[in-house]
Design a protein around this ligand. Structure first.
Ligand code: AHR
Length: 520
């Protein structure tokens, strides 16, 4: 065989090998265009916010162990969890609920701890709530974490006066009886309370009201909420669930814009879609439940668009924000845990949908000004799981870590062209992408390849630079996870399969992966 023939044979062999490996990887092609010429809104750090309710071990045990605990703590808050949350950076924490907010009476949680009343948490299992964590303790947590406080006041079983007194207790620097009481309880200076919600899910656990009924109640409550000049919190209206556009419309029609700063929206993804039957397990699921969770996560985009359109009709200047103050995946409770604890494991599936949700919020940063994952520790799609003195960071935590560069960056519109992710006769998107320009000028890209079987070869245009830094979360198994025995089994790794090609980027995203790239 002559030299030239040998080269042809080698070339053909290489071609066969390339296509064989491409086939083995089963890759789809995608095109992403970043519209850096059309910058959007600043991505508020609050889009990466948290939520902590008196529910299961979400607070007691998971965060709070008390000063006398053998678990190392600072004024009762466990040091290991606080350390992990400080690394993550918590922009804002919503508290004390959730549904519990409309049963919570703030006076139960002030004064000497030993004298605080024990109440029954009738929202979550009827368990005893000792009220060891009250206003002073929660605000200590907020200050230890350097977060903003988002307090959800009680409308369902409260009164305008009870809520107004609480706000005065926290924010007044005067000699009023409430401010003096706060001082006697150990806090001289007022606290910062930037966010103040009036009720939660008034359409169910908050009172089973109709939109116009709650709107009337809201106007009454809002009238009496007062804080000193410069300390006025944003006042938040308890909004809808998923597709309840009637609720949002009812609020927009019945509450003057001047009386509200934001309306909320809640959305949970359940694998089976059933609230009454089994929801589906957090681990050990098949592709059917991977698919349904991906599709439910993507639904968020449509919900935001439609609620936003209703708000636009009444508020074209976008004075009122949309806060997604509860969002997460919701599975069956982990075997062996109390039903009311809502304790669930967290896997690669959750990491991927966390990225999908953050991409959606960031793309809608003009209207969406806060989002709070449900919840921070031990409840639903948590950042942290604890077991006695042990703690682990979940895959969702790692997605939030990867997405930190987006905080404070300016959202850039993104156009994605990719084949759908099909499962049986159903389909959803396969690729979710968001982009932003940070304050140093670098472009940050968040990519979630939702397809569990196919890698994505992504051509990105509209971005240029000299260097690419990348991090990835991926694994072989759809339910790869961290356990107390192996807490770092699934952690981010450096990602190098992105390179500059002809004025853009070429990114090879493995199946079921989350990637964040910073291009300088
Ligand atoms: O996050 C758990 C519960 O889900 C909250 O208390 C409630 O607001 C929602 O329905």
């Amino acid at each position: 065989m002559g030299e030239s023939m040998r080269w042809i044979v080698r070339g053909l062999a290489a071609l066969v090998a390339l296509s064989a490996s491409a086939f083995a990887q089963d890759t789809y092609e995608a095109r992403v265009t970043i519209r850096a010429d059309r910058p959007g809104a600043v991505i508020r750090p609050e889009l990466h916010g948290q939520f902590s309710e008196f529910l299961g071990s979400g607070i007691t045990g998971g965060l709070w162990v008390g000063e006398t605990s053998s678990i190392p703590n600072t004024r009762g808050w466990r040091n290991d969890v606080i350390g992990a949350l400080k690394e993550l950076g918590v922009p804002v924490i919503r508290w004390p609920g959730g549904c519990y907010a409309d049963r919570y009476h703030w006076r139960d949680g002030i004064g000497p701890r030993a004298e605080r009343p024990v109440r029954l948490n009738t929202t979550w299992g009827g368990v005893e709530e000792r009220n060891e964590v009250g206003t002073h303790e929660f605000m200590d947590l907020v200050e230890q974490l350097g977060a903003h406080a988002y307090i959800n006041a009680n409308v369902g079983t409260g009164s305008p006066r009870e809520a107004a007194d609480w706000l005065e207790y926290m924010t007044s620097a005067t000699n009023s009886a409430l401010a003096q009481e706060r001082r006697r309880n150990g806090r001289a200076e007022p606290w910062e309370v930037p966010y103040w919600a009036l009720g939660n899910e008034l359409w169910q656990c908050g009172g089973n009201l109709r939109p116009a009924e709650y709107a009337t109640l809201y106007r009454l409550f809002a009238t009496y909420q007062w804080a000193p000049e410069g300390k006025r919190p944003k006042i938040i209206v308890a909004g809808a669930y998923d597709t309840d556009y009637v609720w949002t419309r009812g609020l927009m029609e019945n509450i003057p814009i001047a009386q509200m700063d934001a309306i909320t929206l809640h959305h949970f993804s359940l694998p089976t879609g059933s609230w009454t039957g089994p929801k589906g397990p957090a681990t050990g699921f098949g592709e059917d439940q991977w698919f349904s969770i991906m599709r439910r996560a993507h639904d968020m985009d449509d919900y935001i668009r439609r609620h936003d359109a209703i708000m636009d009709a009444h508020d074209p200047e976008q004075k009122v924000g949309l806060y997604i103050d509860e969002w997460s995946n919701w599975y069956d409770v982990e075997p062996g845990k109390p039903r009311s604890s809502l304790y669930q494991q967290n896997t690669l599936r959750d990491a991927v949908t966390a990225a999908v949700n953050l991409n959606i919020f960031q793309a809608h940063a003009d209207r969406v000004r806060m989002a709070n994952i449900t919840q921070m520790v031990n409840v639903l799609q948590a950042m942290i799981l604890t077991d006695g003195p042990r703690m682990l960071r979940t895959p969702t935590y790692h997605t939030f870590m990867l997405y930190k560069p987006f905080r404070g960056a300016t959202s850039l519109p993104v156009e994605v062209r990719a084949p759908d992710y099909r499962f049986g006769r159903e389909r959803t998107i396969s690729l979710s992408v968001s982009a932003a320009r940070d304050t140093s000028g670098a472009v940050v890209l968040g990519i979630a390849n939702m397809d569990p079987r196919r890698g994505a070869r992504i051509s990105v245009s509209g971005v240029a630079g000299q260097s690419i830094a990348g991090r990835i979360i991926t694994a072989e198994a759809m339910d790869a996870r961290n356990t107390f025995e192996a807490p770092d089994a699934l952690v981010p790794a450096d990602f190098s399969a992105a390179r500059f090609v002809g004025g853009g980027l070429l990114v090879d995203a493995p199946a079921k992966s989350v990637i964040v790239l910073t291009v300088r």
